[in-house]
Design a protein around this ligand. Structure first.
Ligand SMILES: Cc1cc2nc3c(=O)[nH]c(=O)nc-3n(C[C@H](O)[C@H](O)[C@H](O)COP(=O)(O)OP(=O)(O)OC[C@H]3O[C@@H](n4cnc5c(N)ncnc54)[C@H](O)[C@@H]3O)c2cc1C
Length: 1058
């Protein structure tokens, strides 16, 4: 593939500038001292047609005159005499038709010969098939010139035939520019036609050489400053041309050029080696040419006697140990040939660097046809199809090689090929690839086979039998390893999606492949599955995304070097743009795959969060985030808002991606089962799937992520995330109502665990914290009472009385979440130990085992008719419940203090989960409205729906920003100083979520209210959270009071209850 050449070119450019190659410059061979085109002064060679590329018309004229008994020289005389308006010139300018020309030219000849000359037959001979054959030495010369990178043109004085076609029996592909006098209306020796030719070639007169057989035409060219070569005898003329160009015009081997100055290899030691290994000595000079495409390891054509060989070696200079391993290539080629895969036959491996400077291997030169253009130009549709089928089969053959029998079991690592490749290529990072870097690991194939993989399998690397649809050899095995075979197949299909003008690999995008007879990518994939006898590949969009990602990453590496100035080539820079294009193509496939996966779920899962507010941390304006109190500059200077999970520190980011994958793979697909269970007879028994998923999450390290780093600096208990880091993960968990419990991150356990970490004694921690952290038990928090307005925590009436080393508890509580769960073993109870003490010193908190006598859960309360089993929200009677004194937390009268400490993180959690609900609801709604049609158009095209989407997006973004800000402040200046933001989020986010979910639910239609989707539950929870954890009004009051206090207007701070 051209890509390999691209890498190679820039590598050597880079090496040359940095001087890496200086020490391996060998003396060129002694025989003929050809220059490489790099040192050639000329940029273009212009050929006349008749008499240069085709046989001379004058010779035809002489023979014709003899045969027709016409006085010799009559035709030549008529050709050259009569000024610019003579018939021949007018014919060549396209001013006369053939009939007109024959009449006037015949008349002219008759006048010269003094009798009637029938010129019709002369014109027929001039255009006969004999005269229309290009001279083979010229064909070879043209190929040699082009192989060295020079341009070629034909500048012909020609004419229109009877058919209306111009006479130009040449393969136009040999020329960069074709100038025909009859089409241009001017002919040689008019200087304008030379200028036109130079202009189209884009060269100066002194950068070009012109070959013609007519002195007058050459003179005109020379006057313009063009170098000229008179062609009397083509062979002699080409020899003269060789002296100007400095390279031979014979011995052309397709796809090769002269060896570049920095790539020369010493001929004498090589000759000696070949004689030893292949038997010799051989007659004739050792010819060495360099392959100009398709390989990143320098590859040479060698003619040794009558043997045609290919030598492949490592590049010179310092290399990464694993790169350019020709030994590996030799090994795989040998093994594959034995396994019946068509590959060039390898002859010898030379690991001795003293011979030509680096290790190398030899293989036989394989003749055949290489199509750089995947549209296979010049073939019939049936032939194209047959070739594609042959290519498909050969890939299957590679993938079917028995690793053990071929001795290739250790040729590469087994399994996880795609993961490893993603990691490798991710290192070549570019912004356009960010989303892919995030997306690919989350959508990895669940199972991968391990076979030999080529790693760069494209049609230009195949040598095809010109006689029929057969692959004679697969070239360039440098990227081969053991890996996932489907990735080769996808890579092979990239051409279908690339434009035809793409530099590195010509594409088929604009082609009508069906008309060309080429299978579509989908058909080609299917064909592969049939040949391999495997089920159809469903996630081939993933593999396509992965293939384009790999190419983008390689190009990105080249681009990076161009930025550091190591590779100054324009090619390398354009690699940057190409990389971006490739990454975008990859993303198109990623999106398609996303939709496929999305559709497969019985219940759609949220799409990747579109971070429309996303900005680079550096670009985010620095400001004092603390609006209410002076901040510590040390803290704030270090901190910044992390708006996107992609900007999280590496560890948190890894956790995020792992979590995302877990959600995709294990949580969303389990939702319907769990929802159904919640309305079944057995709803008060936890579903076994939850415990199963908890174990899985724990084993993957997705466990107890909630504990803020500040409370657990040694990370004894939790994952050590900051509030802000956890906020992003928490939002993700919020997209499913079941997720928090699965990761042991659900309320009220999280709040209770935090209380124990902060205020528990060692014994209390051992007794309660550890089982909670292990997810073995659950807990509840009992504060609210039916008989008093519990939004004011000072109202609560439950009593805690000390008696003989025990506390006796009496009270009536309700809305105690989790109390009905059979796993609930602990109640954190709030009551009054001293009703006479100061208002905020009356309350205490106690750890009460749920099986203590005197505790009766009288009923589950329902939220909009939903009982939220198995946790439930219980009404509980505490009647003379006796607990040991050491069960008190922190001490008597400190309940309010504890509640205050518990405040912040829980609020962040609730709010981020609410944002998760909203994002999920929006994703579901978008999926719904694009697939349903009402009143003649998709719902998504109804104005009100668009408005709802827009408003929802804006609401979500605003809310998220505020929550992240609150989290940032908690991390940097502490919960107390962040009190305003904490109150604001609790006031704003449930309201936002309720509105957003309500509005999206409406667009979803009646289905949204059912148990088939999570929307109804999201709505119920968003609404409930406007009351739970303190009603909105209390938080609003707190915000207003803080605001007023800040302005020194006084007012006592009302503490919002938990
Ligand atoms: C789903 C759910 C789960 C819950 N889980 C728990 C739990 O696990 N443990 C627990 O202890 N409690 C829990 N609660 C109870 C919750 O914390 C209380 O319902 C809440 O604090 C309000 O108390 P109240 O119901 O007694 O309302 P009240 O205090 O009677 O207030 C009623 C209304 O008066 C208005 N109001 C109150 N104060 C003000 C003010 N200062 N300014 C203006 N208006 C005001 C508000 O509109 C308020 O909604 C839960 C509630 C729900 C809905």
């Amino acid at each position: 593939m051209g890509l390999r050449r691209f890498i190679q070119v820039s590598y050597f450019r880079c090496a040359r500038t940095s001087g890496i190659l200086k020490h391996v410059r060998y003396k060129p061979p002694s025989l003929v001292q050809w220059r490489h085109s790099g040192s050639c002064l000329y940029k273009a060679v212009i050929f006349d047609m008749g008499g240069v590329l085709l046989p001379s018309p004058y010779r035809v004229a002489v023979e014709w005159e003899v045969r027709n008994r016409i006085p010799p020289g009559t035709i030549k005389q008529a050709f050259i005499s009569g000024g610019m308006n003579r018939p021949w010139m007018r014919y060549m300018r396209g001013e006369l038709t053939s009939a007109e020309f024959l009449q006037e030219f015949g008349q002219q000849c008759s006048e010269i010969a003094n009798f009637s000359v029938p010129v019709d037959s002369f014109l027929s001979e001039l255009t006969s098939s004999q005269m229309s054959k290009q001279l083979p030495i010229m064909t070879e010369a043209l190929a040699c010139i082009r192989a060295e990178g020079l341009k070629t043109a034909v500048l012909s004085n020609n004419f229109y035939l009877n058919s209306g076609m111009s006479f130009l029996p040449l393969d136009r592909n040999q020329f960069d520019v074709v100038i025909e006098s009859c089409r241009e209306g001017i002919c040689k020796p008019d200087p304008r036609i030379y200028m036109l030719c130079l202009e189209r070639l884009g060269v100066q007169p002194n950068e070009s050489i012109f070959l013609d057989d007519i002195g007058e035409n050459l003179k005109a060219a020379a006057q313009l400053g063009i170098e000229t070569v008179k062609v009397d005898d083509p062979e002699t003329a080409l020899k003269e041309l060789e002296t100007y160009l400095g390279f031979p015009l014979r011995g052309f081997v397709p796809h090769t050029c002269l060896v570049r100055p920095t790539m020369e290899i010493p001929k004498d030691p090589l000759q000696q080696y070949l004689e030893e290994v292949l038997g010799g000595p051989k007659t004739g000079p050792l010819i060495v040419r360099q392959f100009s495409h398709g390989q990143s390891n320098p590859t040479y054509y060698i003619k040794f006697g009558d043997r045609h060989l290919v030598l492949r070696k490592k590049p010179p200079g310092k290399l990464l140990p694993s790169a350019h391993a020709v030994e590996r290539e030799y090994r795989i080629l040998k093994a594959l040939a034995e396994a019946g895969v068509p590959v060039p036959k390898v002859l010898a491996l030379c690991e001795d660097s003293s011979i030509i400077g680096t290790p190398f291997y030899l293989m036989e030169y394989c003749t055949g046809h290489i199509y750089k253009d995947p549209s296979l130009p010049g073939l019939e549709p049936g032939q194209r199809r047959a070739i594609y089928i042959a290519m498909n089969k050969v890939l299957c053959k590679i993938h079917s090689v028995d690793l053990k029998a071929a001795g290739l079991e250790d040729y590469g690592k087994h399994g996880n090929y795609v993961q490893r490749q993603v990691q490798t290529w991710t290192k070549q990072y570019r912004p356009a690839m960010e989303r892919l870097i995030e997306w690919l690991p989350l959508h990895l194939p669940t199972s991968q086979k391990t076979t030999v993989v080529h790693g760069d399998f494209t049609s230009p690397l195949l040598i095809l039998n010109p006689e029929g649809p057969e692959v004679l050899a697969v070239l360039d095995w440098e990227l081969s390893t053991l890996g996932d075979p489907i990735s080769d197949m996808a890579y092979n299909c990239m051409a279908h999606y690339l434009p035809s003008h793409f530099d590195l690999l010509k594409g088929l995008r604009e082609c009508d492949v069906i008309q060309l007879g080429i299978p579509t990518a989908e058909e080609y994939f299917r064909m592969y599955c049939e040949h391999m006898q495997i089920p159809p590949i469903e996630n081939w969009n993933f593999y396509m995304a992965f293939s384009f990602f790999r190419v983008a990453a390689i190009l990105q590496g080249v681009y990076k070097r161009s930025l550091t100035g190591q590779a100054s080539s324009a090619t390398a820079e354009s690699g940057g743009k190409q990389a971006e294009r490739m990454a975008n193509l990859a993303w198109n496939f990623a999106t398609k795959e996303g939709f496929r996966v999305f559709k497969e779920f019985p219940d759609a899962k949220p799409l990747a969060r579109p971070y429309s507010t996303c900005t680079q941390p550096e670009a985010f304006p620095r400001r004092n985030y603390v609006t209410m109190a002076p901040s510590s500059p040390a803290h704030t200077s270090k901190a910044h808002l992390i708006l996107s999970p992609n900007d999280l520190p590496r560890r948190a980011q890894d956790l995020y991606h792992k979590l995302k994958k877990f959600m995709d793979v294990s949580v969303y697909p389990a939702e319907q089962v769990l929802r159904d269970h919640q309305v079944s007879q057995t709803r008060w028994t936890p579903h076994p799937l939850i415990e199963e998923l908890k174990d899985k999450a724990k084993s993957e390290g997705l466990w107890n992520l909630f504990l803020p780093l500040e409370n657990d600096p040694e990370m004894k208990y939790g994952a050590g995330l900051t509030n802000q880091e956890y906020a992003h993960l928490c939002e993700l968990m919020g997209t499913s109502l079941y997720a928090p419990e699965i990761f042991n991150c659900s309320a009220p356990d999280t709040g209770n665990m935090e209380v124990l970490v902060r205020y528990g004694t060692e014994e209390q921690k051992e007794r309660w914290l550890q089982p909670l952290l292990d997810g073995k038990v659950r807990s509840c928090f009992a504060m609210t009472e039916p008989q008093v307005a519990s939004s004011d925590a000072t109202n609560i009436e439950a009593s805690i009385i000390e008696e003989k080393g025990f506390y006796i508890l009496n009270g009536h509580k309700w809305w105690i979440s989790g109390a009905l769960d059979p796993r609930c073993q602990l109640c954190v109870f709030m009551g009054k130990t001293d009703p006479e003490a100061q208002r905020h010193k009356q309350q205490s908190m106690l750890l009460v085992p749920m099986d203590t006598p005197g505790i009766t859960v009288t009923r589950p309360l329902s939220v909009f008719g939903e009982e939220d089993p198995p946790a439930g929200h219980g009404e509980i009677l505490f009647e003379n419940v006796q607990v040991p004194k050491e069960n008190i937390l922190l001490g008597p009268g400190r309940g309010f203090e504890i509640a205050q400490g518990r405040l912040g993180p829980g609020r962040i959690h609730h709010c981020m989960r609410l944002i998760g609900y909203s994002e999920r609801a929006l994703a579901l709604m978008k999926g719904r409205v694009t697939s349903r049609v009402a009143f003649g158009k998709p719902l998504a095209e109804q104005g009100t729906i668009l408005e709802d989407i827009a408003k929802s997006r804006a609401e979500i973004e605003q809310a998220r920003l505020l929550v992240l800000k609150a989290a940032l402040l908690m991390d940097t200046v502490g919960n107390k100083t962040a009190a305003l933001e904490i109150a604001m989020i609790k006031m704003a986010v449930p309201l936002m979520a309720e509105w957003v979910v309500d509005c999206l639910l409406q667009a979803f239609g009646a289905a949204g209210l059912s148990n088939d989707y999570p929307l109804a539950q999201f709505f119920a929870w968003a609404r409930a959270l406007r009351l739970a954890d303190g009603p909105d009004e209390v938080h609003r009051t707190a915000v207003a009071k803080l605001e007023l206090k800040h302005q020194s207007l006084g007012g006592e701070e009302e503490f919002p209850r938990d």
